[in-house]
Write a protein that binds this ligand. Structure first.
Ligand SMILES: [Mn+2]
Length: 326
């Protein structure tokens, strides 16, 4: 089997792969694939398998002329698991990070590793990632000089290889607009590739995921468009008409602030986890929920991350008391 990577890790789509991909885009047969590639069926099977492992979805439709192979395009961003309920006794602590943008010149794997080390050291079992795991490749900005890995397969390979691994920490993530670029522009659902290669990383959905932690209902959000905060709040209310969320953890804004929105939710804007030279500084949030029969106490600690420090530095703590819902 031919390797598709050079030693640099640069992902080369060979001419033959591009040729097959183009045939698949318009729909093709085994006969046509054999003629145009001068390959045996067994070799074509390997090629198709390689493309599927890179995240392309190829449908096989049988008709009277045999099997038609078709690349699935215009895929819709789907939610894989909504309404996840993590039950716990009286107390749960988890970490939240956002916007790692791997593939952008500002990516900073060391800071993400610090967050995982902190979780391991403090026996924290869950890290939520609020999306924009990768920078993505935009058709409009293909010359964008902030992109250091211009091939989408290199960006995906980078996170599936180097994103921190731990036997004890579960990574639960949603995907943002930059991740969605792979689906929109390249017909690749990065969640499917990550799921195949990284059993420790669990995909919850594109853009939003509603989860329940103990007694509280929480939304993880990564809006796809650039709007004012009130619009993001309104979008939540329009999508989930029957729920008032106790807490909303929001990526995408790269801001760092906490506010009460007009629907009564505590909204936490979680800053980007990459190199920033301007405020807000790179940081993560540590959240602890303590449930009793009548009340939940929520504690949100902002953890500042820096390459000058070997571990996250707690900067500020916000405490809230939430009544039990009727
Ligand atoms: Mn975003």
């Amino acid at each position: 089997m031919q390797r598709c990577y050079t030693e640099k890790g640069e992902n080369i789509m060979q001419d033959i792969d591009m040729k097959i991909l183009n045939l698949l885009k318009k729909g093709t047969t085994l006969k046509e694939l054999m003629e145009k590639t001068v390959m045996y069926p067994s070799e074509i099977a390997v090629k198709l398998n390689n493309l599927e492992n890179k995240g392309y979805e190829i449908h096989r439709l049988f008709n009277e002329n045999g099997v038609k192979f078709q690349l699935l395009e215009q895929l819709k961003p789907v939610s894989y698991q909504d309404n996840l309920w993590i039950k716990f006794g009286t107390k749960m602590t988890f970490l939240v990070i956002a916007d790692t943008h791997f593939g952008n010149a500002d990516e900073n794997l060391e800071l993400v590793e610090q967050v995982y080390q902190y979780a391991i050291k403090n026996d924290i079992k869950y890290i939520f990632h609020l999306g924009d795991l990768i920078e993505g490749v935009s058709l409009a900005n293909s010359n964008n000089d902030r992109v250091i890995r211009t091939n989408i397969h290199d960006q995906i390979d980078f996170i599936t290889k180097y994103y921190p691994k731990s036997d004890t920490v579960n990574t639960l993530y949603i995907l943002g607009n930059h991740d969605y670029r792979a689906l929109k522009n390249e017909c690749i659902d990065i969640a499917k590739v990550i799921t195949k290669r990284r059993p420790d990383m669990h995909f919850l959905g594109y853009q939003n995921s509603k989860i329940r932690l103990g007694n509280r209902v929480i939304l993880l959000q990564h809006p796809f468009t650039i709007e004012r905060e009130e619009k993001y709040d309104k979008a939540i209310n329009e999508t989930y008409d029957d729920t008032r969320f106790d807490l909303v953890f929001r990526g995408h804004t790269h801001h760092n602030n906490i506010y009460f929105n007009s629907f009564g939710s505590i909204v936490v804007n979680v800053p980007a986890c990459y190199t920033t030279t301007i405020r807000p500084y790179t940081s993560a949030y540590e959240a602890t929920i303590k449930d009793s029969d009548t009340i939940s106490n929520v504690e949100l600690t902002n953890l500042v991350l820096s390459n000058f420090s070997s571990s996250p530095i707690p900067l500020s703590v916000n405490r809230y008391s939430l009544k039990k819902k009727l």
